[in-house]
Design a binder for this molecule. Structure first.
Ligand SMILES: [Zn+2]
Length: 219
């Protein structure tokens, strides 16, 4: 069927074609959904009144390759900065790497140098993530995991009737004290839920108990 040595070229070419097709499908699906336009005014992270400023594109690195996403964009004059609500939902608000690529970076950089990690991700996943980007994100992940460890060491007493356990980037209702200082999606700019993305981003992910909610406890 193939001459000797051709199979690798064929499998590599087929992988790239398959990734490109899947990339287009996913991008189309996301970009066709305009539900991230939440009115002409929306509170920014600091609770200011931000104004809708059309849809803006951004290219992020995903496991399917560079993907261009077009998202609703809001501009806050007070902060003199803009934001896309969808970025947070997709987990790309902190940088140009998708959650899937971030996981690869976490695994690789947990074992190898930043340069080796970059080469590994290129060879194994056909993705270009330069060593500097690996370094920046590995350090951010490290800080996050360290903070996570500190929080897990001293859990709250489990005396509440309902226990919520989070595994994915889902918002989980928590006590008000657990969202203090966190910016949220509520009309008052405060958080009512807390993203359980910590467990998703940690290098060696374990289910993390995010908190408890007592119905008698005002939230
Ligand atoms: Zn603002």
């Amino acid at each position: 069927m193939f001459a000797d040595g051709d199979f690798e070229a064929v499998e590599q070419a087929a992988r790239i074609a398959a990734l490109r097709a899947a990339n287009g499908l996913v991008a189309h699906h996301i970009n066709a959904d305009h539900s991230d336009m939440q009115g002409t005014r929306l509170a920014c992270d600091h609770g200011h009144d931000a104004r809708y400023a059309g849809r803006r594109s951004r290219t992020v690195t995903t496991v399917l390759g560079p993907m261009t996403l077009v998202r609703a964009w809001y501009h806050c004059e007070t902060c003199n900065a803009g934001f896309a609500p969808r970025d947070r939902g997709l987990g790309i608000d902190a940088g140009p790497l998708s959650p899937g690529v971030l996981r690869m970076v976490g695994y690789a950089a947990g074992e190898y140098s930043f340069a080796t990690s970059s080469r590994m991700i290129d060879v194994m996943a056909a993705l270009r993530v330069d060593a500097k980007t690996v370094e920046r994100h590995a350090e951010a992940l490290g800080r996050e995991v360290a903070e996570d460890e500190r929080n897990v060491v001293e859990p709250e007493p489990m005396d509440a009737p309902t226990l919520y356990v989070g595994l994915d980037g889902t918002g989980i209702p928590v006590r008000k004290s657990e969202t203090e200082g966190r910016k949220g999606k509520q009309a008052d700019g405060l958080a009512k839920t807390r993203l359980s993305e910590r467990s998703d981003k940690r290098v060696y992910g374990n289910p993390t108990v995010m908190g408890t909610q007592d119905p008698k406890c005002p939230s």
